[in-house]
Design a protein around this ligand. Structure first.
Ligand SMILES: *Cc1c(COP(=O)(O)O)cnc(C)c1O
Length: 405
């Protein structure tokens, strides 16, 4: 029944939209992963900021098994216990009063952008439809989300894309002021840009964006698909910015690897997704919802969230020490366990080299664009794994430096 799969199989049967690494991971436990050959890796990536409680977390495995023995699926014409339990948790723990469930970050954002347009349409008419977003931002790969996203390469060749979307520089309030008007229905931002290079929003900028939204009756949409669910040391990053959005999207870590997305909104805004305006067959699937509820229960505790702060410091200290020795980073930045290290000019365009050597040394990590190394480990990664991971990373850095000599 099981045919041997190799890296070459990918090139035979898959659309070539990805270029996976040579290694083939087959098993994971906590922050360690093993490949087909039995080689062990320390996981500083967590997928891409997804497995926030590591691999095969026993509580999540049990939750999944239990739900799998009860009920896998319900249509949206039925009341769904796990989905409503999760929605209750999310609304109790955040600014939001209402939830819409999806299966991915892009779908949660699709719902958010549609809601923003629909709310403006309901209250101010069809002319108020413009969306302001930021260069380098990333919101997913559907046509609407690549259009709101600030990376031109993801739109190329897929035009015509939805209109009425404007972009400007992140953390530049004057640039936003030049675009905002009474036709603006929403300003969309990541509280910390992830794919764009681990760039946190300035607090002052975030506050002024909120103010501009209020002045122009525009909604503030926070994409917390990467920054949410404890990643930055609070359940959601907005809590640290002193700004409350009208709509927030969550995915990635929410299911710890099981596909689920959520759009959260205030009551008055949510009203505009009236009966029949939006939907999803799988959104709020009982399996996904049961797992996500367990994820939130585990992560939203002092133990885990304070642990993120402690581990953040370990990552920053380790990266700083390596930098003192090898002089490779221009800046080390980030929030919680969303940590970026931007490489110096000498290594510009070569973040991938560090990544490849790390993989050979038995360390899984990520890049965010051509110049930034990205670290998004499990929020509960043991201290020993962090130390061992950085011992491996240091060897990878030494090799990269010697390649570039
Ligand atoms: C990953 C990501 C998305 C897209 O999520 P998918 O689940 O891949 O659709 C959207 N926004 C941000 C900020 C992300 O990091």
């Amino acid at each position: 029944m099981t045919e041997q799969v190799t890296r070459a199989t990918f090139d035979e049967v898959m659309v070539p939209s990805y270029a996976p690494a040579a290694i083939i991971p087959v098993r994971g436990e906590g922050s360690r992963v093993w490949d087909q050959e039995g080689k062990e890796y320390i996981d500083f990536a967590g997928g891409i900021a997804v497995t926030a409680l590591g691999h095969s977390h026993p509580t999540l495995v049990n939750t999944m098994r239990e739900q799998a023995g009860k009920l896998w699926h319900l249509s949206n014409i039925m009341t769904n216990e796990p989905a409503l339990r999760l929605a209750k948790k999310l609304t109790e723990k955040t600014f939001a009063d209402r939830v819409f469930f999806a299966n991915s970050g892009a779908e949660a954002n699709e719902a958010a952008f549609k809601l923003a347009r629909r709310y403006a349409f309901d209250h101010f008419g069809p002319e108020k439809n413009e969306i302001i977003s930021f260069y380098q931002s990333f919101h997913g790969r559907t046509l609407f989300t690549v259009s709101v996203g600030g990376q031109a390469k993801y739109k190329e060749g897929f035009e015509p894309t939805p209109g009425g979307i404007h972009h400007c520089a992140f953390n530049d309030i004057e640039a936003v002021k030049a675009l905002v008007s009474d036709k603006t229905c929403a300003i969309v931002m990541e509280p910390i840009q992830g794919e764009g290079g681990i760039i946190p929003a300035d607090k002052e900028f975030a506050k002024q964006i909120r103010q501009l939204c209020d002045e122009h009756n525009a909604l503030l949409v926070y994409d917390e698909v990467q920054s949410g669910v404890g990643r930055t040391g609070t359940l959601y990053a907005y809590e640290q910015l002193g700004v409350t959005p009208d709509i927030l999207t969550s995915a990635k870590a929410l299911g710890n690897g099981f596909p689920v997305g959520a759009m959260l909104a205030t009551e008055s805004v949510a009203k505009s997704l009236a009966f029949g305006t939006h939907g999803s067959t799988y959104g709020g699937n009982p399996m996904a919802a049961a797992i996500a509820e367990a994820v939130i229960e585990i992560i939203d505790t002092d133990e885990v969230l304070n642990g993120v702060k402690h581990r953040h410091q370990m990552f920053v200290d380790a990266l700083t020490a390596i930098n003192e020795k090898y002089d490779v980073f221009k800046e080390i930045r980030g929030m919680g366990l969303l940590v970026g290290a931007e490489v110096k000019e000498k290594y510009a365009g070569h973040a991938k080299d560090f990544f490849s050597h790390a993989s050979n040394e038995g360390l899984l990590m990520l890049v965010a664009g051509p110049n930034v190394l990205r670290f998004t480990p499990s929020l509960i990664i043991p201290d020993e794994d962090i130390k061992e991971g950085f011992a491996r990373f240091e060897r990878a850095v030494a090799q990269t430096v010697s390649d570039h000599q």
